[in-house]
Design a protein around this ligand. Structure first.
Ligand code: TEU
Length: 584
């Protein structure tokens, strides 16, 4: 065979345009939430030197990219998602010199560093906002969204907010500023005023800051709520929510009219022409598949991939605190739709977990008897999809939700505000607490469990958030030493993506879509097909109904989470997942 015939393009069937294969198709990203990752100076809060100390651990896991949640200067109202200086490191986390060392040491191990980019809003303590709020004539007044009270109403009167929108963190999305008698918009906390992206000066300032980080050596950005930066003007009232009194403003800020224009401009101003392999991922609540195709079409130069939220919203009722049981068929329908929607153009990101979501093994698996099996099953299913998988710190250990005692155990602003607001409208404290236990972001924020010592090896001081008492059994030390651990299962999955083009680029085909307990699909590329079968239940399940069952009986078993089963396709044991390979 000549060299020309051996290229991937040459192996495409005639008439099918070759899909562009990009480096991140075979890459795995690991998210570090620095506060809770590793403390190095005994103040009880994780820091950059702590991350440096654990780089060898991450290299052993085999990941390619490390995404750092915000480490910039911040009053920490929302744990760093409220930034007061984009070009400095918060002293809690270290210094710019520590950061440079982290980049250098990461690069030395072949790891890329991706920063969190939080530019829908700043902190209210950012000098831009301080100047903006100083007077109606300030040169930066128009950098944020300032509006007078509702017509005919006095500033501060109930309902006088310029629109009726609810903030993500409970209460109204507008805050009155006494000095000028006007309100400013904050989709998140009142300490997170929204930037006005209509103003070209704002955009230029953001792009300059991004270039500064790239020049410093970072390898890309995870862009916080980036599909909220374009607002639909004029800002106006939304539909009042059933649990009122505020309204859903999302139709006026999710994927607004100029969002694609802004991202294309950002690409031109920041990324175009840079020879490095950079990574951009847009966090996009409520994004649809059709929009995601546009955002991630390489020809449009917007972002490489988006974080969508459909699959992590399936166990929500009317809102995230109104929890409902998850049906496996719905999960498959949702993820399957995203696989199909981005099959020809664009690219998926894949995740169960991040710093805003409860722990996957507690939510989608079984964190009791089958914790190890179900953590491995979830990893297998996710990492075998087509897209770039994201591992959230501790997920590779099968870390679980936190056993919260009472209301005072919750520290996250979203949980704290919701508790207060829900009690304020007369909801029973026990019921609200139950919702928080299940859904609170704090579940993801307990310190990483490194070892069985009193503070789990996270800190020598008092941890800012208590370590989960189960660290005595669930910790990195124990898992590194056990070849059958969740950690080593993740390591093998990551290795498989690196070594096997069918995992990185193969076509995805969902099987048994209606089955209530089995998640099954194939991936195929050229002459190879891989089959994944996974039992999302604590009962044995027979695998019936694959059209070519007999053929799979003789296939090679690539990976599983139980001792090797007998020949054929034997029933799946509780939370068993297997990956088979067949060559045509
Ligand atoms: O989150 C955006 C977001 O919409 C949600 O995931 C959010 O965390 C919340 O749970 C909605 O109910 C991003 C960050 O990931 C999050 O940590 C920040 O708090 C938020 O933006 C504001 O910057």
């Amino acid at each position: 065979m000549s060299a020309v015939e051996a290229t991937p393009e040459a192996s495409q069937p005639k008439g099918t345009p070759p899909r562009e294969r990009q480096w991140f198709h075979s890459a795995v990203v690991y998210q570090v939430y620095p506060r809770s990752f590793q403390d190095s100076d005994g103040d009880g809060i994780g820091d950059l030197r702590g991350v440096i100390r654990r780089l060898d651990y991450l290299a052993t896991l085999g990941i390619d990219v490390l995404w750092l949640s915000p480490i910039y200067a911040s009053p920490q109202d929302d744990n760093g998602y409220d930034i007061s200086d984009y070009q400095d490191i918060d002293p809690t986390f270290g210094t710019l010199a520590d950061f440079d060392e982290l980049v250098e040491q990461a690069h030395a191990r072949g790891l890329r560093i991706v920063m969190d980019l939080v530019v829908n809003h700043t902190s209210d303590e950012h000098p831009w906002f301080v100047e903006s709020r100083s007077s109606k004539d300030s040169a930066k007044r128009d950098w944020y969204w300032w509006r007078p009270p509702r017509e005919g109403m006095d500033a501060g009167a109930p309902g006088a907010e310029p629109t009726n929108w609810q903030s993500f963190f409970s209460g109204p999305a507008w805050e009155l500023d006494g000095a000028t008698g006007e309100y400013y918009l904050h989709l998140f906390s009142r300490k997170q005023p929204d930037l006005n992206w209509e103003n070209p000066e704002v955009r230029e300032a953001v792009y300059a800051m991004m270039r500064w980080w790239l020049d410093r050596g970072v390898d890309g950005f995870r862009m916080d709520v980036i599909n909220m930066i374009s607002k639909d003007l004029p800002l106006r009232d939304g539909r009042v929510l059933d649990h009122g009194p505020y309204a859903d403003g999302s139709p006026f800020y999710i994927c607004g009219p100029r969002i694609h224009e802004f991202l294309q401009e950002m690409h031109r101003e920041v990324f175009a022409g840079r020879p490095e392999k950079l990574l951009t991922v847009g966090e996009m609540p409520a994004v649809t598949v059709d929009e995601a195709v546009l955002f991630t079409d390489p020809a449009r130069h917007e972002v490489d991939m988006v974080f969508q939220f459909e699959h992590v919203g399936l166990d929500h009722g009317e809102h995230k605190w109104d929890r409902r049981p998850l049906e496996l068929a719905e999960l498959k329908a949702s993820l399957g739709r995203w696989q199909a929607g981005l099959a020809e153009v664009g690219w998926n990101s894949l995740y169960w977990n991040n710093h805003d979501q409860p722990r996957a093994v507690s939510r989608f698996g079984d964190d009791g008897q089958y914790r190890v099996e179900s953590a491995k099953l979830l990893a297998t299913v996710l990492h075998l999809h087509r897209g770039t998988p994201y591992v959230y710190q501790g997920e590779e250990l099968g870390m679980t939700n936190v056993p919260f005692e009472g209301a005072q155990s919750f520290l996250d602003i979203e949980s704290v505000n919701y508790y207060r607001a829900a009690l304020g409208v007369g909801r029973a404290p026990e019921e609200v607490l139950e919702a928080l236990r299940e859904g609170s972001r704090d579940n993801a924020r307990s310190p990483v469990q490194w070892d069985a010592s009193p503070h789990a090896g996270f800190t020598t001081g008092e941890p800012w958030f208590p370590v989960n008492p189960n660290h005595v059994d669930i910790n990195a030390d124990a898992e590194l030493a056990d070849p059958d651990s969740v950690f080593h299962h993740y390591r093998r999955l990551i290795e498989l993506r690196h070594s096997d083009p069918v995992v990185a680029d193969g076509d995805f085909h969902m099987l048994l879509p209606e089955h209530p307990a089995i998640y099954a699909f194939t991936r195929s590329l050229d002459t190879q097909t891989v089959l994944v079968v996974a039992n999302f239940s604590s009962d044995d399940q027979r695998v019936d109904g694959l059209s070519d069952e007999q053929d799979w009986g003789a296939a090679e078993l690539v990976l599983g989470n139980y001792p090797v089963p007998g020949a054929g396709l034997p029933p799946l044991r509780p939370w068993e997942a297997r990956v088979y390979r067949r060559r045509a």
